[in-house]
Design a protein around this ligand. Structure first.
Ligand code: F0G
Length: 468
């Protein structure tokens, strides 16, 4: 590559801007302004990378591919490998744990269960803190360093907290996390303790924690690392690039993700869109979002839009009706008022995807089937395979189409859930129409409880025979 082209590639990252996504406003702010919402109208912000500049760089795909073999710390990160499309310049103080570079697996048992010929699983649980959050935290914490923040904070259902705690530790920044008390998997909480974060257990749910975060946003020394922060989305969008690379740049027909606060779906939408606008792909995959039945505000809104959902994005609804008391055993996505719902809905509408719900039982069985493919994920991630099964049954995904499900967290994030499922002791607190609480047992189809076996060769062989 010539020096001139190298300079162009470099310049693209530094001439990025922050822009309000609402077409009626579209106000622009500088890239190093510490803001989370549009200062003019309060709308969601997005980073605008000057893609026109990058179009002059002829060999982007080859450059990215070649970096996989380099020893530059930025090249060993599956996020910074794509740095031409990140809003930083060459001497940014990159805070990395070598995130990204996660596997894309074939999953034949899950495919059969979902009613597909083939299904691939992109396992974002294979990141340094075992969830997809790391890909966005590397960029958000790097921006925090550039801004000279003293403290980074987030509200979390567990994974964002663990990830921020780790990256803050690497960056030697103070970290405070707000967690809904008693609603976090102990494994996730343990990670945050280990990484040295200040852990504030809040009497309330995730949405209450998020409200507190918005109150902290005006303290200059504090930097907010929730996915409302557009720098999180910049890192997380690179999963789209990595996935396309792993697919040999053949665009899958469908990419399916779980939906909680909606940062992940927003980021995937942005990533694929940038690849299309750069001419590196010629169509978009349909992005579909799956929510748990008891925590599904965006699925309700999507259903209410009806067939007019093909509408222009200029007509994005202004409001979403939050779910007041969200419930699901998939605690990662127990969220009633998702912050990034507008960006996520825009991504689904733009790509003609879907937003559907799945039940607790469907999530639990899908998780166990993914396990039978030798791939361990946490409950929220399994909404994808449960949702794909539903979309195949209703004809919205066809048997022979190419489908990728994004698994967002590792199985060891929530071992209690797994153990209860397999021992047949998993149950769910549901609220009846009259407002009374009712315990609903989840009797899984694929239970696999340990059995007591006598300490003899015969007993072991008998046990094997009985399970053939
Ligand atoms: N899957 C897992 C494992 C998660 O931890 C989350 C979100 C999601 C899916 C949903 O992704 O919010 O981008 O739509 N966890 C956040 C947290 C809320 O605090 O860890 P999303």
């Amino acid at each position: 590559m010539s020096d001139a082209i190298a300079k162009t590639a470099q310049k693209a990252g530094t001439t990025a801007m922050q822009r309000c996504i609402l077409p009626t406003c579209a106000a622009v702010s500088g890239i190093r302004e510490q803001i989370y919402l549009c200062p003019r109208c309060g709308g969601p912000l997005e980073i605008e990378i000057p893609l026109e500049l990058l179009k002059a760089v002829p060999d982007l795909r080859e450059r990215w591919h070649a970096r996989a073999a380099s020893h530059d710390p930025r090249d060993r990160s599956g996020v910074w490998r794509y740095r031409e499309l990140l809003p930083f310049d060459g001497d940014a103080p990159v805070v990395t744990l070598f995130e990204g570079n996660t596997p894309l697996y074939d999953a034949p048992r899950s495919a059969q269960y979902a009613g597909l010929t083939a299904l691939r699983l992109k396992h974002q649980g294979c990141n340094p803190t075992a969830s997809f959050k790391d890909t966005g935290m590397t960029t958000a914490v790097t921006q925090a360093k550039l801004l000279g923040a003293r403290t980074v904070v987030c509200a979390s259902t567990g994974n964002t907290a663990a990830s921020l705690a780790a990256y803050a530790a690497r960056a030697e920044l103070q970290c405070a996390i707000l967690l809904p008390q008693g609603q976090i998997s102990p494994a996730k909480l343990a990670q945050s303790m280990d990484y040295g974060a200040i852990i504030c257990e809040i009497a309330g749910n995730f949405d209450d924690c998020m409200r507190l975060i918005s109150e902290l946003a005006d303290v200059p020394s504090i930097y907010i690392a929730n996915s409302v922060n557009p720098f999180r989305i910049e890192g997380q969008k690179t999963v789209a690039f990595e996935l396309l690379e792993q697919c040999g740049w053949r665009v899958p027909d469908h990419v399916v993700v779980p939906g909680g606060n909606m940062g992940n779906s927003s980021a995937l939408g942005k990533g694929f869109d940038e690849m299309l606008r750069l001419g590196l792909i010629d169509r978009l995959p349909k992005i579909s979002i799956i929510q748990a039945e008891g925590s599904a505000p965006l699925a309700h809104l999507f259903a209410a839009l009806g067939p007019s959902a093909a509408m222009a994005e200029a007509a994005l609804p202004d409001e979403i009706v939050p779910v007041a008391n969200p419930s699901t055993l998939a605690t990662a996505i127990k969220i009633g008022a998702p912050v990034s719902w507008k960006k996520a809905l825009r991504a689904v509408l733009r790509t003609h995807g879907n937003i559907v719900t799945v039940s607790e039982r469907e999530i639990a069985d899908a998780k166990a089937i993914i396990g039978r493919d030798g791939i361990g994920c946490e409950p929220a991630s399994a909404t994808t395979v449960a949702g794909i099964r539903k979309l195949v049954a209703t004809g919205q995904i066809h048997v022979g189409e190419s489908v990728v499900a994004v698994l967002t967290g590792h199985v060891l994030k929530d071992p209690d859930y797994v153990s209860h499922y397999h021992r047949g002791t998993l149950s769910f607190e549901s609220v009846t129409a009259e407002g009374a609480a009712k315990t609903v047992p989840i009797v899984g189809k694929f239970r696999n409880a340990p059995e007591k076996v006598a300490p003899t060769k015969e007993a072991i062989l008998k046990s094997l025979e009985s399970r053939r």
